[in-house]
Design a protein around this ligand. Structure first.
Ligand code: F6R
Length: 247
């Protein structure tokens, strides 16, 4: 299903409310909530609203376990562009989550250890009962996580090569495309698909063409987000501008 909101502020509050509802439901049952999280511009206001709910409405994250979709490779966690820094600044430093419950792919591993590390990332998610809810943005290549065109529907967590357009879109953060890492570690399409609920968000007219393809286009590895059409557990949450090319 597709839900269209007047703007990204209203939409982000709605998504944050859904996350809070899940966390509180799990708390009531004395269970952990296992969340799949994204970085980038898209979820920033969702995280801001979660921080507000924590500060002003007592929402606790003590029963929350998180797995981030991806991290650049190579990447030091302390670098300003790392997704570790992003998550700390936008969410984790402002809530009461136990940092032991936070998982973000490690961008510092030697190449030969990445394969085992990725299998372990998958195993950890499974051992906790799987992802209750996965949050997604979408790249202009149609990537979800960093699953670029050509990604297989059953792909797992792995090292991938970033698309040229993705590196160009990231160039501002890195002060030039030549400084953007060529690779990343990302959850796979298969990993994402196993989540019991998936919310893909997109804001602004810049995303309108890829949203049209993702929602209405033929399912194909050329646009990995089209795989989401195959799942009943996916909600596309859009602002009017991102939805403007939908028929
Ligand atoms: C980020 C991620 C990416 C972004 C996508 C959109 O963890 O997995 O798929 O969601 O590149 O980025 P923004 O939100 O910056 O437009």
């Amino acid at each position: 299903p597709v839900t269209i909101y007047p703007d990204e502020f209203v939409a982000s509050v709605k998504v944050a409310q859904r996350i809070a509802e899940l966390i509180r439901y799990k708390q009531g049952r004395n269970e952990k909530a296992v969340l799949g999280l994204a970085t980038g511009a898209t979820p920033v206001k969702v995280y801001a609203e979660l921080v507000r709910l924590h500060r002003e409405e007592g929402l606790s994250f003590r029963n929350v376990i998180t797995f981030n979709l991806d991290e650049y490779y190579p990447m030091q966690p302390t670098a300003v562009q790392s997704y570790v820094t992003f998550m700390n600044e936008n969410l984790f430093d402002h809530i009461d989550i136990d940092k032991n419950n936070v998982h973000i792919p490690d961008g510092t591993l030697p190449l030969e250890r990445i394969h085992d590390y990725c299998l372990e990332y998958e195993r950890k998610i499974e051992s906790l009962g799987g992802l209750d809810l996965q949050i997604l943005g979408i790249g202009r290549t149609g990537h979800i996580g960093f699953n670029e065109p050509g990604s297989a529907p059953n792909s797992g967590t792995r090292l991938v090569t970033l698309d040229d357009l993705t590196r160009r879109d990231a160039s501002r953060d890195f002060g030039g495309k030549e400084n953007v890492p060529r690779k990343a570690i990302t959850m796979g399409i298969g990993t994402i698909f196993k989540a019991r609920e998936i919310i893909l968000m997109a804001w602004s007219g810049k995303k309108a063409p890829i949203i049209k393809k993702a929602v209405e286009g033929e399912i194909s590895s050329d646009v990995p987000a089209t795989y989401l059409q195959l799942s009943d557990n996916v909600e596309f949450v859009l602002d009017v501008d991102a939805a403007s090319e939908l028929t």
